[in-house]
Design a protein around this ligand. Sequence first.
Ligand SMILES: Nc1ncnc2c1ncn2[C@@H]1O[C@H](COP(=O)(O)OP(=O)(O)OP(=O)(O)O)[C@@H](O)[C@H]1O
Ligand SMILES: [Mg+2]
Length: 223
Amino acid sequence: MDKVIVAKDLSLSYSNNEVIINKVNFSIDSGSFVFITGASGSGKSTLLKSLFGALSFKHGSLVVGGVELNNISGKKLNFLRRHLGIVFQDYKLVREWSIDKNIMLPLLINGYMKNVANAQVDKLLKHVRLNHQSGKYPYELSGGEQQRVAMARALAHNPIIILADEPTGNLDEYSSQLIWNLLEGANNQLKTTVIVVTHNIPKNLNVTYRHLHIEYGSVHEIC
Ligand SMILES: Nc1ncnc2c1ncn2[C@@H]1O[C@H](COP(=O)(O)OP(=O)(O)OP(=O)(O)O)[C@@H](O)[C@H]1O
Ligand SMILES: [Mg+2]
């Protein structure tokens, strides 16, 4: 099985040099579904950020999609990010753009023709049950609806890896189920590698998954 992520002796810290993740080793097979759990402040978002190159690190090695992220050039990082779908804990939708345009952005960056991109946006809005909100702006939507837009944007360009930070954190049962179905579908049908930070692993998931738990700066496999 191809390894889509390989971390060796990886340590992560912010500018204050406090060590958040301490010399961890793990690898993730292409096409797998991985949950990351841990207490608040344990370093889940920090680890996820490192996977899309949003955190520079001084120690160890991290290879994502065959690309070493230590000292990566901006150009290479942009290229890698085109193949990632990222759902942030605080959504990060572009406020000045309609939700349709937010979802369309990764498609345009990836060179989709305008009419194909439009059709894909319509399809995704239906998938996340927001077609009735088409044309609206993020601030006109509830938190849960914005979260669903963020998920649609992450999935839009069929990324090789989806990195999602508490994608159901603010959602009710109905919306959570929608999100899990989408992630499950991407993993089962498109063989997308899915990495999800969550406090609650859903019980009725139709995929085989791995569970990594962060505690005291280490990453443990929960079997
Ligand atoms: N930008 C930053 N600068 C300095 N320290 C930070 C920064 N972001 C996070 N931290 C620190 O890193 C540690 C881990 O934070 P992180 O956001 O990764 O936690 P988390 O596990 O995602 O928590 P939560 O479940 O609350 O989202 C915390 O102690 C936090 O204070
Ligand atoms: Mg977090």
